[in-house]
Design a protein. Sequence first.
Length: 157
Amino acid sequence: MDLMPSDLVPGAPSPAVLSGLADVVAYLQDASLRSEGTPLYLRICRGEAGDQLEGPSWDHEANVQLPGWSVIRVAPEAWWPRRPEDWVARRLGQYKSRLGSGREGWLVSGQQVGVGTDHEPLLVHLTYWARIESRAFTEAERVYNSRFERAVPCESA
């Protein structure tokens, strides 16, 4: 399946900029987004322009183009008994190492068309709702390392 840049949503609202972990958590809990039933996902990428240029995600091991852009569930599940901040910190902290070389964190929505080889949702018709600044990832990593028992702490870049 060949996807084109038209599989991204043109003319979407200008993305918000989220500078801290609390900003990300608050944005995810925003009642207006929840009432629309729009799930938001974390995407590490070069933004909308980069995704348009690079096209959908690839499974580099198998050298196969995926049928959409890979994303990560970032909002807490309903069963999560701890604070939402802990869930979000864990997700951002786990993916901080993928930032760099122009890649940033984005909150996106879209239509799920499948699941990738690492069990990640694959989306088309992406809308870029917010850019997450690197300091939010740094804060999340610190919270993650302090609140979770882990064999090996996240490494800072």
